[in-house]
Every structure is written in structure tokens, then in C-alpha cells.
Design a protein around this ligand. Structure first.
Ligand SMILES: *Cc1c(COP(=O)(O)O)cnc(C)c1O
Length: 399
């Protein structure tokens, strides 16, 4: 579904009420398409991509599709000149469908089936990630076609998702993998890491970059071919209910650490959340209500099995607002539509008395929301309405 150019206020960290324009747009979208909805603003995708590009001027950004694998996001970023980070055959198919040149992609799942490798290669993506010898051995058959990144692990208990518990190797193991690759005639392009999603402390990147620099030096010292690429992963933070550092400031120490690398090293990154978290708003409507133990419970047509799945899978807390502003606010409960008791979106949230049909808006609903939604209990996922697909001053480049 597409809607005309809009002026939706997708601002993130704010307890502000929605503007009159927003309210009009939200109400007219619900009138037209029904609820629940996700409103996706491509201008925010552009804005975030440009902000991170400016904050990391010497880094090629590969958008990680995982948090929001939507075709319109791929199209928008392709027009912006972005590159892409793929992890599955489904993601390969999506970028192929949208005409993304394969040279602009890397495949970063550390653990792959042979078919995953073949599908990516058939498309033309030839950069892959390994973090152990078992995985490296899978590439003996493709040694003439591929270049590999070795993924290191840096634990981070503060992140929403500490991806280094599940993936990555130690610096010593990385050197072993690189030695074995030489023996097996497999090209190693460089190193990668992911410091954890929604990492709010830039020093995590700085430490990881320094360790990788050490591994690169060790590789040269052992007479192995010098590494040409460092992939600093994703993890860049956004404002949910707590404010994080502005992205320019966040990236300053990262850029300083990157400047210590040899000039021959190309740096790339795999941002996901930062690019898309802010670009979607959710709109749910009250389908019923009950007073329980003296508190009002409002049952919405979207919940943790739907767009709010990130409450479970992602640790995120989304800023929520009601369209209705008047009336005394009392602690209330917002619940999802399914018959399961875990399906509660917010407890003790201050709300005015709501009527059935009233709308609740969630902000910062772009990353790891619809991507992990289900149709549990046959409650259909929210439909997505796309705004501002055409950039204001540019022609649409691809279909
Ligand atoms: C999920 C993921 C990303 C994106 O991470 P964000 O924290 O959303 O920026 C990047 N790279 C890999 C390998 C991932 O698994």
C-alpha cells in the first residue's frame, strides 16, 4: 500500500503529543486501511542512512536486512547508494528482486548450509563470514570464487542482543583459521565483529577495533597475506524510552580508532537497527476493555505476537501515545488481542479513559518488530502503509 507524501512526525525520544497533521494522517490511514497498521516513512530511512554515513565518513555501510526486510526499504537505500548485508537465501532473493548489484552485498551468517552458500554465489555475492574451521572447510569447494571475513567475538552484557555469545572466535583462533585458509588456498579478506545490538557505549567498538588491529599485525608477522578489510558490524543505538548519544558524537571515538589502522584497510559496517528503528509507527485500536482489580485493561488489535514482538525478542521499550489527549490519566494496562496471558504490551501506563476504537500509537517500531511478528491465534499481522517512497528531489530509479 502506498500513500502520498506526508509530514508525519516520526520523532523518537519524545513524550510530546502527536501533531495535528500526524493525527489526521493516522486517522485517515486507519479509515482507509483499517487497524492495526504500521506506517513506514521512507524519508526517515534516508535521513538515518545519511546521518550514519556522515558520522562514519570512511566506512561503507551495508544495511543488514534482518531488522526490517521490506522491499521498499531496500529500494530506498539502493537509491541512496547503500550496500547490503545478507544472512539467508530469503534475503538474497529480496535484494536480487530489487535489482541490487551483487558486488554491493556481503553474506555474514557465520554458520551456513551448502545450499545457502550456493544460492548466494549464484546471485553473485562472494564475500562470506566464518568463525571456525568446520565452516572454513565448507569453502574448499568454492575457493576460486570466494573471499572470507573471520568473525571475532567481543562479549557485551549491556546490549539488547549480545551476539558474541553465539558467534565469533578469539583472536588466537582467528589467526589459526587464517593459517589454515592459506594451507587450503582460500582467500581471507579481513576481519569482522558485532559488538551487540543497541550498544550505547562506543568504547565497545574501540576495543574491538584495537584487538582486530593486533590480529592484522600478527597475520603480517607470520608471513600470511595482509588483510584488506575490517567490518565493524552493526549495533549503533537509537532513542527508545532512554536517550542515547547523538550518532556524530557516538562515532567520534570509533573514527579515531579506525584512523590507527593501516591506510590500506577498507572499513565497512552492517547497521540494521539504526537505519530503520525510527521509520515505522504502529497504530493499534482498542477492541475491548475490562476493569480488573481496580485497573482498566484495554485490549488492542496488535500485541506481542504481532508488531510488539520486540518486547519479547528484542528487549525494546517503545514510546506509546494515545490519540485521545483529554481526560484524567490513570494507571492502566494495554494488552494484545490473543488469548495468551503473556500478550501484554504495557502495565501501569498512564492513560485517559479510552473508548473502543480509540487509537494507540507506538513510535520507534521499525526494527525487529514486524520482522519477528507471527499470526498466532489467527490475528493477522499489521499491514504496512508506505509514505514518501519517492525522494523529494529524485526520480524513482527502479521498479
Ligand atoms: C543483526 C545483525 C546486524 C544488524 O545489527 P543491528 O544491531 O541491528 O545494527 C548486523 N550484522 C549481523 C551479522 C547481524 O546478525
Amino acid at each position: 500500500m502506498a500513500a502520498a507524501r506526508s509530514v508525519l512526525n516520526f520523532q523518537s525520544f519524545t513524550s510530546q503529543a502527536l501533531s495535528a497533521d500526524d493525527v489526521h494522517l493516522i486517522e485517515s490511514s486507519v479509515e482507509q486501511f483499517g487497524a492495526p497498521l504500521l506506517l513506514l516513512d521512507c524519508d526517515i530511512v534516508r535521513q538515518q542512512y545519511r546521518a550514519l554515513s556522515a558520522a562514519l565518513p570512511n566506512v561503507t555501510l551495508h544495511f543488514a536486512l534482518k531488522p526490517l526486510p521490506h522491499p521498499v526499504v531496500v529500494r530506498t537505500l539502493l537509491q541512496e547508494g547503500a550496500s547490503f548485508d545478507l544472512a539467508t537465501t530469503g534475503e538474497v532473493e529480496l535484494v536480487a528482486q530489487e535489482g541490487v548489484p551483487a558486488e554491493r552485498t556481503i553474506h555474514t551468517h557465520p554458520i551456513k548450509r551448502d545450499a545457502d552458500i550456493r544460492d548466494a554465489l549464484a546471485y553473485g555475492c562472494n564475500v562470506f563470514v566464518v568463525d571456525n574451521l568446520n565452516e572454513l572447510a565448507k569453502f574448499k569447494a568454492y575457493r576460486d570464487e570466494v573471499e572470507l571475513l573471520v568473525r571475532l567475538s567481543f562479549r557485551n552484557s549491556e546490549a539488547f542482543a549480545d551476539l558474541s555469545k553465539k558467534f565469533g572466535c578469539s583472536p588466537e583462533q582467528a589467526v589459526n583459521i587464517i593459517e589454515m585458509a592459506k594451507e587450503w588456498n582460500i582467500r581471507i579478506k579481513g576481519l569482522s565483529f558485532h559488538v551487540g545490538s543497541q550498544t550505547t557505549n562506543p568504547q565497545k567498538y574501540v576495543e574491538a577495533i584495537r584487538t582486530c588491529k593486533g590480529v592484522m599485525e600478527e597475520v603480517v608477522a607470520r608471513g600470511l597475506p595482509a588483510l584488506s578489510t575490517l567490518d565493524i558490524g552493526g549495533g549503533f543505538p537509537v532513542n527508545y524510552t532512554k536517550q542515547v548519544m547523538p550518532i556524530d558524537q557516538f562515532c567520534l571515538p570509533i573514527n579515531e580508532a579506525l584512523a590507527e589502522l593501516p591506510e590500506t584497510v577498507q572499513v565497512i559496517a552492517e547497521p540494521g537497527r539504526f537505519i530503520v528503528a525510527q521509520c515505522m509507527m504502529s497504530v493499534a485500536s482498542v477492541m475491548g476493555q475490562a476493569e480488573r482489580d481496580g485497573q482498566m485493561w484495554y485490549y488492542l488489535d496488535d500485541g506481542v505476537y504481532g508488531s510488539f514482538s520486540g518486547l519479547i525478542f528484542d528487549d525494546a521499550q517503545y514510546p506509546l501515545v494515545t490519540l485521545k489527549q483529554e481526560g484524567e490519566r490513570v494507571p492502566s494496562v494495554l494488552a494484545g488481542p490473543t488469548c495468551d496471558s503473556i500478550d501484554v504490551i504495557a502495565e501501569d501506563i498512564l492513560l485517559p479513559k479510552l473508548d473502543n476504537g480509540d487509537l494507540i500509537v507506538g513510535r520507534m517500531m521499525g526494527a525487529y518488530t514486524s520482522a519477528t511478528a507471527t499470526d498466532f491465534n489467527f490475528f493477522k499481522r499489521a499491514q504496512t502503509v508506505v509514505f514518501n517512497e519517492l525522494a523529494e528531489n529524485s526520480e524513482r530509479m527502479i521498479g
